[in-house]
Design a protein around this ligand. Structure first.
Ligand SMILES: [Zn+2]
Length: 424
């Protein structure tokens, strides 16, 4: 069944049009804070219930508890602090004057009033404790640790009311939890497997989708890419969304799959992030949640399967579908993991995002054997990764069209896509 929201009740703090209009007229008289884009998105998600049971930015005691024990003060598992830390001296001055119960206007990055904060308390943010506890490192090469270092040093706690939705990259795909639940129900889906991603899909992802869809206890797949602010090296959200649209349209059963976007910043917290993303997907109505290898990892900060193990320690009311790394075995002639194929690693094609990314970064041919042609076409159309520039034209398909021979790698692995979809 579609599970109830995490903690039992779906938070909904979106104001009606009349209330929003009344507040908009008063905004000039309210103290104002202008959070960074990540926290603009978090404010909106708090108000629509994506982070249920949270209905506001965390106070000091909650953050301390979450960092130390992965639990809210009421003992419900919760792995990631949700903090509001408006940057700059002007913001510090505004915060210093606030008293509990004060209303504060939150402005988006364009300076528009979008949410009302009911101020509870302010306190210095213990960045080192969060870096160590949540991300497991104080290494500034970790993107979230680097971001922590530059955010405001004073945190502000309080409930949030949403006056208007901030701009998101894909308004048509950005469901609220209530909307995705309604969509699932309308389609007759009771058990939906959520899929977290921020990458273009390759054969390994596709295999996880199919394994989930083959299950008796899964009615549908909800592909839910994170499309928040980018850091260099991230795929542009447009490319991820276009690639998924093409993949789903060409290869998946339309009655069993939905695509939505999730405009929040990426938390590369490995196991903690996997748990967090599972909770968020439960709020969007998912009963199951797909966890591949090193989910939400970055570099080599986390053990590849720590993101599996955390679900043994903490139950969040979502069934984790845990899969080992999939690769294309040339002996088996299909995708498999070490759990289902006994062949040597040398006969398996590495099916990893790193391979696609490094090909893009170094201007080498794309690994066509792990990418659908529709996805390759989208990757070629633009500069898919922030900071890299356009994909070089010199790749195997064009070479072949020119009359030169296609690289051996492409010939050898072409049969991959002529196989029927593999079941379990
Ligand atoms: Zn094999």
């Amino acid at each position: 069944m579609i599970p109830p929201a995490y903690g039992g009740r779906l938070v909904d703090r979106q104001l009606g049009p009349q209330e929003a209009e009344r507040l908009a007229l008063q905004v000039a008289e309210l103290p104002q804070l202008r959070p960074e884009i990540d926290q603009v998105f978090d404010a909106a998600k708090l108000a629509v219930g994506a982070y249920s049971p949270l209905d506001g930015f965390m106070d000091a005691a909650t953050i301390e508890n979450v960092v130390r024990t992965l639990r809210l003060p009421n003992s419900l598992p919760w792995p990631i602090p949700i903090v509001l830390t408006p940057p700059g001296r002007a913001a510090e001055a505004v915060v210093a004057d606030l008293r509990p119960g004060d209303e504060v206007a939150l402005l988006d990055t364009a300076g528009r009033f979008f949410a009302l904060l009911h101020f509870r308390e302010s306190f210095p943010l213990d960045r080192t404790a969060i870096a160590r506890g949540v991300y497991g490192t104080t290494d500034p090469r970790h993107p979230n640790v680097a971001a922590l270092a530059t955010t405001g040093s004073t945190a502000v706690a309080g409930r949030v009311d949403l006056v208007r939705s901030p701009d998101v990259p894909f308004p048509d795909l950005e469901y609220t939890p209530a909307q995705s639940r309604e969509t699932f129900a309308k389609n007759g889906w009771r058990n939906v497997a959520g899929f977290q991603t921020r990458n273009v899909p390759h054969a390994g992802h596709e295999q996880l989708h199919r394994l989930a869809l083959e299950r008796d206890d899964v009615d549908a797949l909800f592909v839910h890419p994170v499309v928040g602010p980018l850091k260099p090296g991230d795929y542009r959200p447009q490319v991820v969304v276009d690639a998924y649209r093409a993949l789903l349209a060409e290869y998946y059963p339309p009655a069993r799959v939905a695509l939505g976007t999730l405009a929040i910043s990426m938390r590369y917290a490995g196991p903690r992030a996997a748990l967090f993303f599972a909770i968020v997907r439960r709020n969007y109505g998912c009963s199951h949640y797909i966890v591949g290898r090193d989910q939400a990892g970055v570099g080599s900060f986390y053990k590849p399967y720590a993101c599996h193990e955390i679900f043994d320690e903490y139950s969040v009311g979502v069934t984790p579908l845990r899969f080992r790394e999939m690769s294309y075995c040339t002996r088996c002639g299909q995708m498999a993991s070490e759990k289902s194929c006994g062949h040597r690693p040398e006969v398996r094609a590495v099916t990893s995002q790193t391979r696609v990314r490094s090909a893009l970064a170094e201007g080498r041919p794309l690994p066509l054997e792990i990418l659908r042609p529709e996805v390759v076409a989208i990757l070629r159309q633009s500069d898919p990764i922030l900071g890299l520039g356009p994909v070089p034209r010199a790749d195997p398909a064009e070479a072949a069209e020119d009359g030169s021979s296609a690289p051996a790698e492409r010939r050898a692995l072409e049969p991959l896509w002529t196989l029927p979809a593999t079941g379990v």
